[in-house]
Design a protein around this ligand. Structure first.
Ligand code: PHE
Length: 365
């Protein structure tokens, strides 16, 4: 059989093949080590130069022709196989999705969302500040100069490096430095809340070295303690979803507010539990300390770059974790940060449970 005939037969066999295995067998027979084309190539070595010059291009051309035919047949068979699979495999989009484990929203995140929702309705925007602060923002600008005794109540964690302004770097002990930062960055008038993490060197059932606060700050021309009381009352009624929340304002002291007030909320004991609502002076009731607040100290306003003769306002700071415990009935703060999924399953919220004032801020999952 001449090599030309053999080539056309091989090409015809490739064309007729119906499986990748059949094509592979043909390839071995022609192009494999012992294949007839490979053998023909080997014979070139023993030829006289003129003979080789005439034969080589023919054999090379044959080899290329066969190799190309094999490659394109293989590709055609593969895509035909894919077509067949796509035609036979039908995806039923109406089947229920497999039940993947679903996470839940931590009560602290949920309560922060609720706070943002309630205060947004009163025209407050949310501000943030760094958790690693300089001691100027955390203390000095809040009227706690170095060696002020109030600094001792905020024992915290210091860093060896200096802050950008040359002061000490520390983990912020409260969200109040955001007051200073926001006044400096945005000027007045202002209505903000600043939720976030804060740190103190403290640890027992009701204190963790890291906890959450939300700061409130209103700066305008004619703000009074009356605005503070109304704002807190409106917030707490919406948050606890009770109209009978009663507040008691007690004179207190913070270096960054003057006058300062501690805000207590009345509660009753029902079935061994404290339930917020009603005056704490009624028989069987009591007052619970809830948050610190006051009129922003003139010095703080001045150190934040505003003229205290033109601008005044109120500020408050409240523990977010404590708000969550009071509203949702947890009794050990440490469990908030243990990362136990059983606790989260029990107290966590569905991610679909977005608080809205019309739908209720505290609907349980
Ligand atoms: N920063 C205070 C604290 O952490 C709380 C506070 C904030 C008091 C704003 C008054 C005004 O204890």
């Amino acid at each position: 059989m001449s090599d030309d005939t053999r080539t056309s037969e091989t090409l015809a066999a490739i064309e007729a093949a119906t499986s990748a295995d059949a094509v592979e067998a043909i390839r071995i027979e022609a192009l494999g080590k012992q294949g007839w084309i490979s053998q023909a190539l080997k014979t070139l070595g023993g030829m006289a130069p003129e003979e080789r010059q005439a034969a080589a291009p023919r054999i090379q051309a044959r080899r290329e022709q066969v190799a190309e035919a094999i490659a394109s047949k293989k590709a055609a068979l593969e895509s035909a196989a894919l077509e067949r699979r796509l035609a036979s495999e039908v995806v039923d989009l109406t089947l229920p999705a497999p039940d993947a484990p679903r996470g839940s929203v931590h009560p602290v995140s949920q309560v922060m969302d609720e706070l943002a929702e309630i205060f947004a309705d009163m025209g407050f925007s949310a501000a943030t500040g760094p958790e690693i602060e300089g001691d100027w923002h955390n203390f000095t600008a809040l009227n706690m100069p170095e060696s002020h005794p109030a600094r001792a109540m905020h024992d915290t964690f210091y860093f060896p490096d200096a802050a950008p302004d040359g002061g000490k770097m520390l983990l912020r002990t409260h969200t109040s430095p955001v007051q200073v930062r926001t006044m400096m960055a945005q000027g007045a008038p202002l209505r903000i809340i600043a939720p976030g993490r804060v740190y103190r060197s403290d640890s027992d059932a009701t204190h963790t070295p890291m906890f959450h606060q939300v700061e409130g700050l209103v700066i305008d021309r004619d703000i009074t303690l009356g605005h503070l009381k109304w704002t807190l009352e409106t917030f707490l009624k919406a948050f606890f979803e009770r109209d009978d929340i009663v507040l008691r304002l007690r004179p207190s002291y913070f270096p960054f507010t003057e006058p300062s007030v501690e805000v207590d909320v009345g509660f009753a004991i029902e079935g061994g539990r404290r339930v917020l609502g009603g005056s704490g002076d009624e028989p069987g009731h009591g007052w619970m300390e809830l948050l610190g607040s006051g009129m922003v100290n003139r010095r703080v306003i001045a150190m934040s770059g505003l003229d205290p003769d033109q601008w005044q306002g109120f500020a408050f700071g409240v523990g977010v974790d404590r708000l969550a415990m009071l509203k949702y009935g947890m009794d050990d703060l440490r469990a908030f940060f243990d990362g136990d999924v059983r606790w989260l399953k029990h107290y966590g919220f569905s991610f679909l449970d977005q608080p809205t004032l019309s739908g209720g801020v505290g609907a349980r999952a």
